[in-house]
Design a binder for this molecule. Structure first.
Ligand SMILES: NC(=O)C1=CN([C@@H]2O[C@H](COP(=O)(O)OP(=O)(O)OC[C@H]3O[C@@H](n4cnc5c(N)ncnc54)[C@H](OP(=O)(O)O)[C@@H]3O)[C@@H](O)[C@H]2O)C=CC1
Ligand SMILES: O=C1O[C@H](COP(=O)(O)O)[C@@H](O)[C@H](O)[C@H]1O
Length: 484
């Protein structure tokens, strides 16, 4: 891998501590980092290089599962330097430039520069502009920008953000993290679909009856009420993670496996997504909010009782939707998506339900068959399970559903941030959100945001600890299905 400077805005923050430093350390230990790398941490705090190094060490000890011998740790930490900088102060970027140039010279490395913005989204544009104005982006190597979602707050603000970022960085230089795309099982979808002719031949509307994507969480708003009450489940999960999982599931075979082609087939899915209509939106979208209930035997507050949430909030803590993809592969196959807080279990999974044309053969009282299901568990377990029908020879030969299971659970499976940072360092954009995907996603959810804002669809309350409102059950039941 090429040598580089890794500039981390928000080096003193939570994401850096919990995810970025442990990921960098794991990559270092797995020899997946450049031989020579200059890592410069930034924040307003007046830290010394040593303070940052001690902070990184502590973060690695707390959050990395890699064994850290002291020699490796010390040589890892030697890559770090700190520079105090206020992102809105253009003068501070010259201070940063001095340090960058000094380290590039010391290490004798090309000016390959990766800028990671682990700061609030309101700073993205000012940082990009200051990087450009200060000349930091005029390098004799490459430059890249990593940003975290949210990418805008709606279609209009997302477009504006993108316009402004494009002043300083080209699309090929912008790596938009959607951490779901870093999850090993999501990355594995490509292989599952395209490296298995048996599955690929069934991956269409001739054999599949419906697809269900669930991301359920047991946590509530935690300490993020300020953000979440303005965001809700649609902006927080549906527009990004859920639609990315949909794209990864419904994409059709590309001409070849390359970042450009994978992004192209993902985009095709979004382009074929049937737009929601204002007058029928309620038939396809369920908005929910949790009331008091029980999670793992513990009583929890209603959403409107959470600290920082207004008692009259109409915010969505749950959303379920039925999506139709109007292309020859998926016409007639509903894709059901649901996500919410304070649900019965933490589980992210994709379930492919196959059609059962042979059902009639066995439909006598004693011989019921179940649909074949392919379940891809993404989080917290990682597995692929195929449910088939089989005779139970120990119970009078009755037909029963049994599972063929591949479980990838392993504590050494790389973490999402590890895979994503590695790809960004390499310059591989496959598992980052392209602007086209982001824009098409906002476009598709915009009617939902409008309807929720105008209160033209009901807010269904659900008890914490359940799987959401009854209306979400009815969404699939009226098509003759049930949630798996
Ligand atoms: N934490 C998480 O788990 C996740 C976070 N994210 C996203 O990552 C980003 C960072 O989140 P998180 O780390 O939690 O936030 P924190 O509030 O913990 O950290 C914010 C960072 O920004 C720095 N900062 C704030 N204002 C300025 C400024 N004017 N100039 C320079 N630096 C500044 C702070 O440094 P200092 O105080 O020293 O100035 C600090 O390092 C956000 O966009 C968030 O949405 C995404 C997914 C998960
Ligand atoms: O981006 C987000 O994701 C988390 C859920 O992520 P997971 O990896 O634990 O499934 C969610 O809790 C959070 O609200 C959202 O911003």
């Amino acid at each position: 891998m090429e040598s580089m400077t890794f500039v981390l805005f928000g080096a003193t923050g939570d994401l850096a501590k919990r995810k970025i430093y442990p990921a960098l350390f794991n990559l270092y230990m797995d020899k997946m980092m450049p031989e020579a790398i200059s890592i410069i941490g930034l924040g307003r705090r007046e830290w010394s290089h040593e303070t940052l190094q001690a902070h990184v060490k502590e973060a690695v000890h707390t959050y990395s599962d890699h064994e850290a011998d002291s020699e490796s740790m010390e040589s890892f930490l030697q890559n770090f330097r700190y520079c105090s900088l206020n992102v809105t102060d253009p003068e501070d970027y010259f201070k940063l430039e001095d340090l960058m140039l000094q380290r590039e010279e010391e290490l004798n490395i090309v000016q390959n520069r990766l800028f990671y913005l682990s700061v609030a989204p309101k700073f993205f544009e000012v940082i990009a502009a200051n990087i450009k104005e200060s000349g930091l982006s005029q390098t004799n190597g490459w430059k890249r920008l990593i940003i975290e979602k949210p990418f805008g707050n709606d279609l209009e603000t997302a477009r504006e953000l993108n316009r402004n970022l494009s002043e300083a960085f080209n699309e090929e230089e912008i790596f938009r993290i959607d951490h779901y795309l870093g999850k090993p099982m999501i990355q594995n979808l490509e292989t599952l679909e395209f490296a298995n002719p048996v599955l690929q031949s069934l991956w269409n509307n001739q054999y599949i009856s419906n697809v269900q994507i669930t991301a359920s969480e047991t946590v509530g708003v935690e300490k993020r009420a300020g953000y979440y009450d303005q965001s809700g489940a649609v902006r927080d999960m549906l527009q990004n993670h859920m639609l990315q999982m949909l794209m990864m599931t419904a994409m059709h075979v590309p001409q070849k496996i390359s970042p450009e082609q994978i992004r192209e087939v993902k985009k095709n899915v979004m382009e074929a997504l049937e737009p929601l209509q204002e007058d029928t939106l309620e038939e396809q979208v369920v908005r929910g909010q949790y009331t008091r209930g029980d999670i793992d035997g513990e009583e929890v507050n209603a959403y409107t009782e959470e600290t920082g949430v207004s008692a009259s909030s109409q915010n969505d803590t749950f959303v379920a939707a039925k999506l139709n993809i109007n292309n020859s592969f998926w016409q007639g196959v509903p894709f059901y998506l649901r996500t919410g807080k304070r649900l019965a279990q933490k589980s992210t999974r994709i379930v492919i339900e196959f059609k059962n044309p042979l059902k009639g053969l066995y439909d006598q009282e004693e011989e019921q068959t179940s649909p074949n299901l392919l379940t891809i568990e993404i989080n917290p377990n990682e597995s692929i399970t195929l449910q088939i029908n089989s005779k139970n020879l120990l119970r009078d030969g009755k037909i029963e559903p049994v599972n063929i299971n591949f479980s990838a659970n392993d504590k050494h499976l790389p973490q999402a941030y590890e895979l994503l940072i590695y790809d960004a360092m390499l310059g591989d954009p496959t598992f980052f959100a392209h602007w086209d995907e982001v824009e098409l996603s906002w476009k598709w959810v915009q009617p939902i945001l409008d309807a929720f804002k105008q209160n033209t669809v009901p807010l269904h309350l659900y008890e914490a600890g359940t799987m959401g409102p009854d209306a979400a059950e009815q969404l699939v039941e009226k098509d003759g299905f049930k949630w798996w």
